[in-house]
Design a protein around this ligand. Structure first.
Ligand code: ZN
Length: 173
């Protein structure tokens, strides 16, 4: 069984995107904790970039990734047009199959657009050292879209459970 690394984008000193009410760093730290809960319940071998409110820096997160680990970092997308919607992943080509499964799981639970598994140059995030180290960036939804955010807040535990399930299947493969 492969080790699963799950990390929260941004950090305690870098809030990431915000919609004026909630920050990306807060949402993805909470989400990391929920996915960790399900993975531990299933006795998966996991590494995280912190517990509770702790969200270590990108450099610390990258250091967790070793060869053959499955690594996913959680983010929220943001755009100036509030109607932009959906889930996507950014990864190396080798990880696009797993990225597509993660996108499908999130899109199905939230009922939002599946933007698909993309290459590392596609996103609004420029900090792609995580992808170069062999990890996948999962942009869960658009924090700038009130409908995306509402759907996520209603169903975040279900999203976390489905993401954990996809990761466990991949770790056992
Ligand atoms: Zn981000």
């Amino acid at each position: 069984m492969s080790t699963i690394v799950i990390t929260a984008g941004h950090s305690n000193v870098d809030p990431g995107a915000t919609n004026g009410v909630v920050t990306e760093a807060h949402i993805v730290t909470d989400f990391r904790n929920m996915v960790a809960h399900y993975l531990r319940q299933a006795a998966a071998d996991i590494r995280t970039d912190g517990e509770g409110n702790e969200n270590l820096s990108l450099n610390a997160a990258i250091k967790l990734i070793k060869p053959r680990h499955i690594a996913v970092e959680f983010h929220c997308n943001a755009f100036t047009n509030p109607s932009a919607t959906g889930v996507e992943t950014l990864s190396q080509d080798k990880d696009k199959a797993l990225g597509a499964k993660l996108c499908e799981a999130v899109a199905n639970v939230l009922g939002i657009v599946n933007r698909g598994a993309k290459g590392e140059g596609s996103g609004q995030h420029s900090r792609l050292g995580y992808v170069r180290a062999g990890g996948i960036i999962l942009e869960l939804f658009f924090i700038s879209n009130p409908d995306d955010l509402r759907r996520y807040l209603d169903k975040k535990w279900l999203v976390a459970r489905e993401v954990a399930n996809v990761l466990m299947v991949a770790a056992d493969a």
